[in-house]
Write a protein that binds this ligand. Structure first.
Ligand code: NAD
Ligand code: MG
Length: 393
């Protein structure tokens, strides 16, 4: 029986993970559930999945959680705070950790799981962008097996049969991008788009932050950096192709002219089932795509001038050091500000570019250096947002 910690249990990936886990009661068990602030949702999940531990990141909800678990007659122990979250990820009550917290907030628990050699099902791409080198080193040193849960990286993982991307054999990784809700829009058409429109993804139902990232193409930029660290591929050998149907989840080009692709419906339960059962296969609740009915799969290059975030990510990867941390932090601030209505959609790349220019790149020799770069970038980006808020209002 695999005992699984689902960190980010109340989110979109968390829901998909718990759906797959619940389909296989003899095989998988959610032993730890973690969430940020939605304590009522966490309590409801505890009633269904009966984990050993439930942890809420915001301390102020501890008493509510503890009392509700007791009232429901559950043996689930209540915990609160980010330290408890990381301690449970590292602790003896799980052997697999699904890192599905959104943002750099997932860094500490992801790293804690890596450092204790857990089976790491990694959805929290921001921690890879922030500290990919350090995180992958921790996984190697402590024998933590990483299975990517981002659908593109999971596709590549499957095309490589779970092996490392041998640079003599693998010519290129091709990440597919849906193009998001604003595919084929001009820059002028993007100036007035709203948060609701940006979150209305044509193919995927996801949390609000990653939905905006998909609309700006920063999601693909973060994924290029993620692919670099997960598979040890140089940026020059990572390409992006827009594929509006979201059926081909990514591809690997080999030196002999073969290209392997993984296909599936846009439903993260497939990715999660793959990660949970690998190298076996289990039911995910998702049917294979009906290609006869879909009819045509199309591909086109991304519009890099209109969707400037993609190249900002390539630039940060080329700059190296702390630039990934800066890019990620500036993006988190910019996206949160856009979702709150303080800046416009086109201000997002402007805030990130301004922050990257102001912060430059230093060697990233420790987690402390990276976290300091993250904090500095957040301050700069917040300043950029404040200067732009007037213009937007
Ligand atoms: P979401 O907003 O739906 O859920 C986020 C989860 O993180 C929630 O459970 C929330 O409680 C938790 N959380 C947020 N801040 C926290 C904090 N400070 N401490 C502890 N927990 C915190 O987001 P999502 O769409 O499920 O995405 C989660 C992660 O997976 C992101 O990194 C995203 O990029 C990645 N991802 C998501 C999808 C998808 O289809 N949703 C696909 C690929 C990758
Ligand atoms: Mg993805």
């Amino acid at each position: 029986m695999k005992r699984i910690a689902v960190l980010g249990a109340t989110g979109s990936i968390g829901a998909s993970a718990l759906d797959v886990i619940a389909r296989h009661p003899g095989r998988f068990r959610a032993s730890v559930l973690g969430a940020n602030a939605r304590v009522d949702d966490l309590i409801a999940l505890c009633r269904i999945h009966r984990p050993d531990h439930a942890v809420i990141a915001r301390d102020e909800h501890y008493v509510t959680l503890r009392d509700a678990l007791a009232t429901a007659g559950l043996a689930t122990q209540a915990h609160a705070g980010p330290e408890a979250l990381a301690a449970l990820a590292a602790g003896p009550d799980c052997d697999t950790v699904i890192a599905a917290i959104v943002g750099a907030a997932g860094m500490a628990s992801t790293l804690a799981a890596a450092r204790t050699g857990k089976h790491l099902l990694l959805a929290n791409k921001e921690s890879v962008v922030l500290a990919g080198d350090l995180l992958m080193r921790a996984c190697r040193e402590h024998g933590a097996r990483v299975i990517p849960i981002d659908s593109e990286h999971n596709a590549i993982f499957q095309c490589l049969h779970g092996q490392a991307a041998d640079l003599d054999r693998v010519a290129k990784l091709i990440l597919t991008a849906s193009g998001g809700p604003f595919l084929n829009r001009s820059r002028a058409e993007l100036s007035e788009v709203t948060a609701e429109q940006a979150c209305n993804h044509p193919n995927w139902k996801m949390g609000r932050k990653i939905s905006v990232d998909s609309a700006t193409l920063m999601n693909k930029g973060l994924e290029v950096i993620e692919a670099h660290w997960l598979f040890g591929m140089p940026a020059a050998r990572i390409d992006v192709l827009v594929h509006p149907q979201s059926i081909v989840h990514s591809m690997v080009e080999f030196g002999d002219g073969s290209t392997l692709a993984q296909m599936g419906r846009p439903d993260m339960r497939t990715t999660l089932a793959c990660g949970l059962a690998w190298p076996e296969r289990v039911d995910s609740g998702v049917a294979p795509p009906d290609l006869g009915q879909i009819g045509a799969l199309s591909f086109q290059p991304p519009d890099r001038a209109t969707f400037a975030c993609l190249d900002l990510a390539y630039d940060a990867l080329a700059a190296g050091g702390t630039a990934g941390a800066t890019l990620n932090a500036a993006n988190e601030v910019a996206v949160a500000s856009f979702l709150d209505g303080r800046i416009g959609f086109l201000d997002i790349p402007a805030v990130i570019a301004g922050t990257l220019d102001a912060c430059g790149s230093q060697p990233a020799d420790s987690l402390d250096t990276l976290l300091a770069a993250d904090a500095t970038a957040r301050r700069h980006a917040t300043g950029c947002v404040e200067r732009r808020t007037g213009a937007h209002a």
